[in-house]
Design a protein around this ligand. Structure first.
Ligand code: ATP
Length: 490
């Protein structure tokens, strides 16, 4: 049984042992902050992505989904500001040569203070950091680090360089022909999916005859050369985002900001994340174009951290693309403005963005689902299990079908049930090992229902259904089984 401190390490080991997440290219000792999803992980990730996609595109008549390419014209990233501004303040330790993101370094020190019970010092440090970051005061940040005697975790010294900016975009070369100017061949791996939506704004608006307000949703890979990639899949160099840009009339942004803030929190709760483990965190430092921004934070095993961002981005992105591409990014609004009695007319829409990391959400679901349980049985002996209490509607496998023994016609009945159910939801068939052992394996994978076919089944057409969360078992008619599972996952 793991204690509070190492529960996160236990979860990481569990993910590997049960086919959820593997280190990328593990046989070559892995690649830092890049991970592969195994057979159960890929299915869980898909189920979460499908839930999000459905909630956006199917449940909102005015939101449609697209799938834009990862490579985009390089000017996209000039226009979006990523070439010039997508950087984090970094500092290097002169003795160990280890590079840190300044906010991570200070936050880690603040965590140490919190562990030592120095709550006031912790808050003062974080407050000072937020203010200095907001003012882009790099000399002040260095002084804060030195004054607080923040040390490098490797060299243990406080011997720091100045604070500098470091761009997080990955570059690669495009095409096989060498250009006269090598810069001409450079393309970037997109650091966010949002720009694919902005550049397609008019394509979608016109072809879909969309009327404002409307949204465009997209899921897909994004890449950031994170300097300090840590905490497992919380901060990766290759990750997946699920973003939605909501195009609105200027002046309505606060109304929509408040709407989406609540809507997104409710959605997280709808996929089983407890309300008390979610909170809003308003940004102290707003991007210069944003007029409001907040994070929805989750209480991970390593503290409260950002799960999703809600940003009111004004008309910044569309205006930038209009300027750089010299193509109009306007919308003609023929609704009547009550103030003037005339149509609102042409304008560049404002944008409200919701942006959540799929991998971070995956980690949220697993952190919340992972439980190590111990109890005393009726005969006085101890028993224990590790269980993933993943909500049934997103669990990778819904039903395990287990003949008690692999003879006497039981596998045939079980196979028949499998054939009946597998087109409706993900099932798993297993006949090896004692039934108790098979139940434990299904608990560890997070399968909400197991059904056992035994000799009695041949007499009465009843099977035993066993519920993962309560471990209770009951006899039900085999004919009812599909309905029971469908009801639980719908
Ligand atoms: P952070 O402050 O943690 O670096 P951010 O504010 O840069 O995140 P956004 O640019 O707002 O993040 O991206 C939206 C979402 O994408 C984040 O809320 C997060 O869920 C996810 N995300 C961002 N960077 C990463 C990453 N390196 N690994 C995994 N998910 C990420």
């Amino acid at each position: 049984m793991a204690n509070e401190q190492n529960i996160f390490a236990a979860l990481i080991a569990h993910c590997k042992e049960y086919g959820y997440i593997f280190q990328s290219s593990e046989i070559y000792d892995g690649l830092a902050a890049v991970y592969d999803y195994g057979q159960n992980g890929a299915q869980l990730k898909k189920n979460i992505r499908d839930e999000w996609w459905k909630s956006m595109t199917q449940m909102h008549e005015n939101i449609v989904g697209i799938d834009a390419a990862i490579f985009m014209h390089p000017t996209t990233w000039k226009a979006s500001g990523h070439v010039d501004n997508f950087s984090d303040p970094m500092i290097d330790n002169k003795d160990s040569k280890k590079r840190y993101r300044v906010d991570h370094l200070i936050e880690a020190h603040a965590e140490l203070l919190a562990h030592e019970g120095k709550k006031e010092e912790e808050f003062a440090l974080l407050k000072a950091m937020d203010e200095l970051l907001a003012a882009d005061d790099y000399a002040g940040l260095k002084k804060l680090i030195e004054d607080n005697k923040v040390t490098c975790s490797v060299s243990k010294t406080c011997n720091w360089t100045d604070v500098r900016q470091f761009n997080l975009m990955f570059k690669t070369e495009f095409g096989a022909v060498a250009a006269d100017n090598p810069d001409e061949n450079i393309v970037y791996l997109r650091p966010e999916t949002a720009q694919g939506i902005f550049v397609n704004f008019l394509n979608v608006q016109k072809t879909g005859r969309m009327k404002i307000p409307f949204g465009i949703a997209q899921t897909g890979k994004a890449f950031r050369n994170e300097i300090v990639a840590r905490q497992f899949i919380f901060r990766m160099r290759e990750f997946e985002q699920m973003e939605m840009q909501y195009f609105i009339r200027p002046g309505t942004q606060i109304e929509w900001y408040n709407y989406w803030k609540e809507e997104r929190k409710k959605w997280h709760e709808s996929i089983g994340i407890p309300a008390e483990k979610l909170r809003f965190h308003d940004h102290v430092k707003l991007a210069f174009y944003a007029d409001a921004a907040l994070d929805i934070e989750f209480e991970f095993p390593f503290g409260w951290k950002e799960l999703e961002g809600i940003h009111s981005r004004t008309d910044y992105d569309l205006t930038q693309h209009q300027t750089f591409s010299k193509k109009k990014m306007q919308y003609f609004d023929n609704d009547i403005d009550p103030a003037t009695g005339k149509a609102y007319g042409n304008y560049v829409p404002y944008v409200l963005e919701t942006s959540v990391g799929l991998d971070r959400l995956f980690l949220t679901i697993l952190s919340n689902a992972y439980a190590e349980e111990k109890w005393t049985k009726e005969d006085g002996t101890e028993d224990s299990r590790v269980v993933l209490r993943i909500p049934a509607k997103i669990a990778p496998t819904k039903l395990a079908i287990l003949p008690l023994v692999k003879k006497d016609g039981l596998p045939e009945i079980a196979r028949e049930l499998m054939n009946e159910c597998k087109s409706s939801f993900m099932c798993f068939y297993e006949e090896k090992d004692a039934i108790g052992k098979r139940y434990r394996r299904m608990d560890a994978i997070g399968t909400p229902f197991c059904v056992t076919v035994d000799h009695q089944t041949k007499e009465d057409n009843m099977v035993t259904i066993r519920y993962r969360d309560t471990m209770l078992q009951e006899r039900v008619p085999i004919a009812n089984l599909k309905e029971i599972v469908l009801k639980a996952i719908s």
